[in-house]
Design a protein around this ligand. Structure first.
Ligand code: FAD
Length: 814
């Protein structure tokens, strides 16, 4: 066996994902690519996939990738001569209740926004298109004509052949066994073949495409890839006389999908409680293996299916298939550059959509590796979101029992995961629970989302309409607007950036001017070279050589990684001190009264103006207050050493109630921030949104000589905005907005909402979204008529480029 001794990229794993990465790297001209497969290509999970290839995903970019995938699978046969079996059979999803029907209608609206052909179909039309279906109880459905199905193994083999044709070496029966590293780089990969030969390949990059082995291969490479295999089931009937080509059918309320294949019917399951597999490790011999059938586990799905698809009652079962697939804690796959190393890339954990994702994921990763920067926003799947604690095996086992089933669960707004909860708690957790807090989770943090009254059960009851917490949030919202509210923001990421070069370093990474006096707080973005927003943070100068960067909970790891990767020669140390301080935000027109009641310090505009921090005494302890607001009111964020946090909460609570202090949750924070049109990172602003188009030009100081993104900002000032972030308010107070609802300008879809929530003060749902505006003035953009498509109904919307709530920010500076 002769393997090269050097490769630009070593890909570990020859499933559909590894083959796609190899194919796309070679398409970019990377000919010295080596793919190592421990057994045979596709012998892990790929060979037994059902082959459903859908187009519509939960975000615009994920949909673009899925569309790219389908296009590739329909053309690669001509390029390589390998038949992929790809056929555009279309797909139908049906709803068995009104909530699901609303979800499907909202999904159809989203498809329109993303440019995916879609038809809403009634029960009669469903029956016409799918005569075998028992339509009893069917409320309606959607039809996606461009969805397809294909042959997973051949799709992988076609991409492998395409890669080989351009020079990649794809080697079977060779396992990646170990590595050598130099600091944050892998320098070589050690391999061993099944017939006892071993060797080493020096390399510039390593790509972990090891599917359900991804976690253990990650460990070998020194990176965290938290995923866990689960058993995944389908059955295939005996041939059914007369059965002809049909669209793929999904009946998510019965956790089932149906696929006609060569005159047989396949029934697959996404059961609510799944079975993790391989906790003790995957057998070394695993190759085209199947897992033992578990009829008891599958039976409830089959029972419902026999009623729904009566032909299954007569057809015998030809195959009962059980195979493992990897699942992740948030049901999204991992793509991109691993946080812990500079030349390790990951494409793994595909949550049962690896076939339909492989083309796009491989293309995006290859481009990312080529450019050293994400080609577009991939926040949904970027590996950088993985939390260090998530590699805990018990956590993974508990969480993935739920995530498999969530694929077909109703994706209600604000839906929280039910399993593996409580890992990260703020210092106020118990105190808040005792006062009615209903917790949600983000990055493992438990956060009070809303507060139940004594007469309510403190838990979610999900719906697409007004949920049980609607009035609670309205009350909390009013407390912030009219009096004073308190909420727990301890989950903020807190990064100390310290050293003799701290100021120079932050001036290089941040768009704003960081040469500010001690105590000043600066709102800023980390920009990329295209002027896109990589992070949205506040930075407080604590001393001449120390700054505190405050980041959203969800992006702490990403933001720290961005800083770390741009350190260069700067003499700076970055430390995550998130857990060291609890944070309470006291916000509202009476916030100053509350602060003065618990502290002898001066909270006047002279002593502590907006955008400054000060050390204070509070109760029997001390804290640092940051005068800031994400809800658009007078207020302070109080940073309290974790040991004093409980005491400070008691002090604030006991004293504050005399001043009307009300406990508020994250939902109220969100409803307030959207009224003030404050952008939410990940939704309204991402790495592909230019800071000027996002309306954040005020936070960028191009007078600074040199910072990342400066040229792109100057250039955009020359060329003009192509798009603008606009605030919308529905004129009808009833409909609710979440995000991704299409924006219609003079009757034509021009974009979609990047975020949405109810404006309890403004009196109806509010959204933010980008509107193309090349060559137009602000007045011209606003002069049009705007409607928002809410689940198929067009609702008139008012628009504004300034915040609809307190446009001149008098309230925050009061
Ligand atoms: C029952 C079932 C039905 C499915 N249906 C669909 C569907 O309809 N549509 C869809 O899109 N997806 C579907 N999927 C999911 C899809 O099959 C997977 O997401 C996809 O195959 C994952 O591909 P992969 O390349 O990541 O993993 P794999 O195919 O498992 O490939 C990983 C490879 O890495 C190799 N490897 C591991 N460690 C090493 C090492 N150290 N050195 C060298 N090689 C190594 C393994 O041998 C393996 O071949 C289904 C899955 C199941 C189980």
């Amino acid at each position: 066996m002769t393997l090269p001794t050097h490769a630009r990229a070593v890909i570990i794993g020859g499933g559909v994902i590894g083959c796609s990465v190899a194919y796309h790297l070679t398409k970019l001209g990377w000919s010295d690519v080596v793919l190592l497969e421990r057994k045979q290509l596709t012998s892990g999970t790929t060979w037994h996939a059902a082959g459903l290839i859908g187009q519509l995903r939960a975000s615009s970019n994920m949909t673009k990738l899925a569309k790219y995938t389908a296009d590739l699978y329909s053309t690669i046969e001509a390029e390589t001569g390998v038949a992929t079996g790809f056929r555009k059979v279309g797909s139908i999803s049906v709803a068995l209740n009104h909530e699901r029907h609303e979800e499907l209608r909202r999904t159809a609206a989203m498809a329109r926004a993303f440019g995916v052909p879609v038809e809403e179909i009634d029960t009669a039309e469903i029956k016409r298109m799918y005569p075998h279906l028992n339509t009893e109880g069917v409320a309606g459905g959607v039809y996606l004509p461009s969805d397809g199905q294909g042959d997973p193994a051949n799709i992988a083999l076609a991409m492998a052949k395409g890669a080989r044709q351009r020079g990649a070496q794809i080697v079977e029966r060779v396992k990646a066994k170990g590595i050598s590293r130099d600091g944050r780089r892998i320098t070589s990969v050690d391999w061993a073949s099944e017939d006892g030969i071993s060797g080493t390949i020096t390399c510039n990059h390593v790509v972990n495409c090891a599917g359900m082995w991804g976690r253990e291969v990650g460990q070998m490479l020194g990176v965290n890839v938290p995923l866990q295999a689960c058993e995944h089931f389908y059955i295939v009937s005996e041939p059914i006389p007369g059965l002809q080509a049909l669209p793929v059918l999904r009946v998510p309320d019965e956790c089932a999908y149906y696929k006609e294949d060569a005159g047989k019917m396949m029934l697959g399951a996404f059961e609510p409680v799944s079975k993790p597999w391989g906790m003790g490790g995957i057998p070394e011999s695993f190759e085209f293996d199947q897992l033992p059938e578990d009829f008891d586990h599958f039976e409830p799905i089959l029972e419902a299916a026999v009623n729904r698809m009566p032909m299954l009652a007569e057809a015998g079962i030809h195959t009962f298939f059980n195979g493992p697939e990897s699942f992740t804690p948030d049901n999204a796959y991992y793509l991109g550059q691993a946080r812990e190393m500079d030349n390790v890339w990951v494409a793994a954990g595909f949550n049962s959509i690896g076939i339909q994702s492989a083309g796009g994921a491989g293309m995006a990763l290859a481009q990312w590796m080529e450019d050293g920067a994400k080609p577009f926003d991939l926040g949904d799947v970027d590996i950088v979101r993985a939390q260090p604690f998530q590699r805990n095996c018990r956590y993974l086992k508990e969480r993935v029992t739920e995530t498999l089933g969530l694929l077909y669960a109703d994706h209600y707004p604000y839906r929280q995961k039910a399993t593996a909860r409580g890992v990260r708690r703020t210092p106020f957790h118990q105190q808040l629970l005792e006062r009615g807090a209903v917790m949600g989770e983000i990055a493992g943090w438990e956060r009070a989302n809303w507060y139940a009254t004594d007469r309510q059960t403190p838990e979610y009851a999900y719906s697409w309409k007004r949920q049980t917490f609607f009035d609670n949030v309205a009350r909390e919202h009013r407390a912030i607007r009219e009096n004073v509210g308190i909420y727990d923001m301890s989950s903020f990421g807190k990064l100390r950036v310290e050293g003799s070069d701290a100021e120079a370093f932050l001036n290089h990474v941040c768009g704003a001017d960081m040469s500010v006096p001690v105590g000043k707080i600066v709102y800023t973005q980390f920009l990329n070279t295209r002027g896109g927003i990589e992070a949205d943070v506040t930075v407080t100068r604590l001393s001449a050589t120390c700054f505190l960067v405050i980041t959203p909970a969800a992006t702490r790891a990403a933001d720290q990684t961005w800083l770390q990767r741009h350190l260069g020669d700067h003499c700076v140390v970055i430390t995550d001190v998130t857990a060291g301080e609890g944070v309470l935000a006291v916000m509202g027109p009476n916030a100053r009264k509350v602060m003065q009641a618990v502290s002898p310090d001066d909270f006047s505009n002279d002593a502590n103006p907006f955008g400054t921090a000060q050390e204070i005494e509070i109760g029997l302890g001390t804290a640092r207050v940051h005068r800031l607001s994400y809800v658009g009111e007078l207020g302070w964020e109080i940073y309290i050493s974790a040991d004093q946090a409980g005491h400070v909460f008691e002090t604030l609570w006991e004293t504050g109630q005399d001043h009307g202090l009300t406990l508020c949750g994250m939902h109220a924070m969100d409803t307030c921030r959207i009224e003030k049109a404050f952008r939410h990172f990940g939704h309204d602003i991402t790495c592909e949104d230019h800071v000027l188009e996002a309306g954040l030009g005020f936070a960028v100081k191009t007078a600074k000589p040199d910072f990342i993104g400066r040229d792109a900002v100057l250039q955009k000032r020359e060329t003009g905005l192509q798009t603008r972030l606009v605030q919308f308010r529905l004129t009808d107070p009833e409909p609710l907005l979440y995000h991704h609802e299409p924006i219609l300008r003079d009757g034509q879809i021009v974009g979609y909402l990047s975020s949405g929530a109810y404006g309890h003060h403004l009196g109806s749902a509010i959204g933010l979204g980008y509107v193309p505006c090349a060559g137009e003035s602000a007045e011209q953009v606003l002069a049009s008529r705007y409607d928002i498509d809410v689940a198929g109904t067009r609702v008139r919307a008012e628009t504004s480029l300034k915040p609809m709530y307190d446009p001149t920010s008098e309230r925050v500076t009061a």
